[in-house]
Ligand binder design. Structure first.
Ligand SMILES: Cc1cc2nc3c(=O)[nH]c(=O)nc-3n(C[C@H](O)[C@H](O)[C@H](O)COP(=O)(O)OP(=O)(O)OC[C@H]3O[C@@H](n4cnc5c(N)ncnc54)[C@H](O)[C@@H]3O)c2cc1C
Length: 434
């Protein structure tokens, strides 16, 4: 094993975790990252005393191994929070998840949602996973579907929901029993539903603290190294302006669609599979503001069609260190794709106008810092082609000693924890080969 040259493409959490876990087994891999900082999506930046993530990044743990690892890496710089998440609609806020907190809605809407849920529960025999739209109706009933699940998900995914499959829903969409929905109809539900009922976040320095801690222990990530070619025959990568490197095993965490441009030779069938992958993109606007806003709220969902962002979050409520004293730090997220383009020149103003319009910020919150981040690869879309095409691509790559890893290499809806675990799993499968 020691003689095999392992190269990792990308120093996001998945690549860093793979390198860290390989090192733990005594194997040093070479990691190449195109940016000047490791961390990928889990980076943060400082501007005029505000600390922004590239987009809000909160740690949710379902696995004790990851929690303990992250605690060890961050050496106490980690705080646990109980989620304070809301939905803004009907001119008010109700607690997230929608289906657990019908009591906050106008009565006729709450009634429609409850009766729809009861009807869906009684007809569970018809429950369907045929596509995401059918699944929503079958799982939640017509009222919850109409008033939250369909408008929010349409806005977020930007594709017709009837074209999506739903293997990811079990983890990411809270599914409740009748008694919990009925309870939430009468009073605010105190229960903690879903994978993100609690989250962890560094006390200081933003989410970048985590990849930086990994990087320190790996000792050696080659940054400013953009991979411009992968020769699958010669088992060689080309690093822009820096020459070539041979590999025995390549761990790929960069987005699969990038292979169309940089990998060769690709059989027509694989090219066609890569061309069928779909995703949404996220425009993230971070704002540093005068005064405090939305005290106590961590994040808010916006299902409305006439509000451009689908979610806004409040860094100053996760970490005292995220904004100077008495000031606020927020992020707003807009989802877009070929199906639903955004006007890049106007989007920031549009977001600001809507934040004022809906009362998330007020005139006293003068804007002090604007920080824009365009995230090309946001969420891989699970459509009807997803299983067939991703399986074909991964089998082809694996037959060429290329192992896919992480959210964009594996092309899966993954959290940070999932990316860390994926890196660990790849490392142990390689070690196992030795
Ligand atoms: C908008 C948004 C919000 C999210 N919020 C949360 C959250 O709150 N909680 C949570 O748990 N998860 C969240 N996630 C998911 C989380 O960000 C990912 O699961 C995780 O960061 C993925 O890590 P990765 O290493 O797989 O990918 P990445 O972080 O994308 O890493 C890939 C790396 O490859 C590099 N790269 C790309 N191309 C090249 C090239 N040609 N040459 C060299 N290097 C290259 C990139 O620069 C990057 O550093 C969110 C994701 C998004 C999109």
């Amino acid at each position: 094993m020691a003689k095999k040259k392992i190269i990792i493409l990308g120093a996001g959490l998945a690549g860093l975790s793979a390198a860290w876990h390989l090192k733990e087994k005594g194997i040093q891999a070479a990691v190449f990252e195109k940016e000047d900082t490791a961390g990928g999506l889990c980076r943060s930046k400082e501007a005029n005393g505000f600390i922004f993530d590239y987009d809000g990044h909160l740690l949710h743990f379902q696995n004790n191994y990851t929690l303990e690892l992250v605690k060890k890496l961050l050496k106490g710089n980690l705080v646990r929070h109980e989620r304070s998440a809301w939905i803004n609609h009907f001119g008010t806020f109700s607690r997230y998840p929608f289906q657990a907190n019908l009591s906050a809605l106008p009565k006729p809407i709450a009634n429609e949602c409850l009766w729809g849920f009861i009807h869906a529960t009684n007809s569970r025999a018809n429950s369907s996973k045929a596509n995401f739209l059918k699944w929503i109706n079958a799982t939640f009933g017509k009222g919850i579907a109409k008033h939250f699940m369909i408008p929010y998900n349409k806005k977020f995914w930007t594709v017709p929901l009837s074209r999506m499959s739903c293997p990811w829903t079990d983890k990411f969409v809270p599914q409740l029993g009748l008694s919990e929905v009925v309870n939430g109809f009468f009073e605010e539900n105190g229960n903690h539903f879903g994978y993100n009922a609690f989250f962890w976040y560094p006390a200081k320095g933003g989410i970048i603290q985590l990849p930086q801690a990994f990087e320190k222990q790996i000792g050696g990530v080659s940054k400013n190294c953009c991979i411009s070619g992968i020769d699958l025959k010669k088992k060689e990568i080309a690093i822009k302006g820096r020459g070539k490197e041979k590999f025995d095993i390549l761990i790929l965490t960069i987005p699969l669609p990038e292979l169309i441009r940089i990998a060769k030779p690709l059989p027509d069938k694989i090219l066609s599979s890569l061309n069928k992958l779909r995703w949404n993109s996220i425009f993230n606007l971070n704002l540093g503001l005068e005064g405090r806003c939305q005290e106590g709220k961590h994040w808010v969902y916006f299902p409305q069609k006439d509000i451009v962002f689908f979610r806004a979050g409040f860094f100053h409520n996760f970490s005292n260190n995220a904004a100077p004293h008495g000031k606020s730090s927020l992020y707003a997220e807009v989802s877009y794709s070929k199906n639903k383009p955004v006007n890049r020149k106007k989007i920031t103003k549009h977001i600001l106008d809507d934040l004022y319009k809906i009362g998330i910020i007020s005139k006293k919150n003068r804007v002090l810092v604007i920080d824009e981040n365009d995230i090309k690869y946001g969420y891989p879309v699970y459509d009807g082609n997803y299983n067939r095409e991703t399986t074909a691509i991964k089998e082809f790559l694996s037959s060429n000693n290329v192992i896919t890893c992480g959210r964009y290499g594996s092309w899966k809806y993954m959290s940070m924890e999932d990316a860390i675990l994926d890196g660990r799993q790849i490392a142990s499968s390689i070690y196992g080969q030795g």
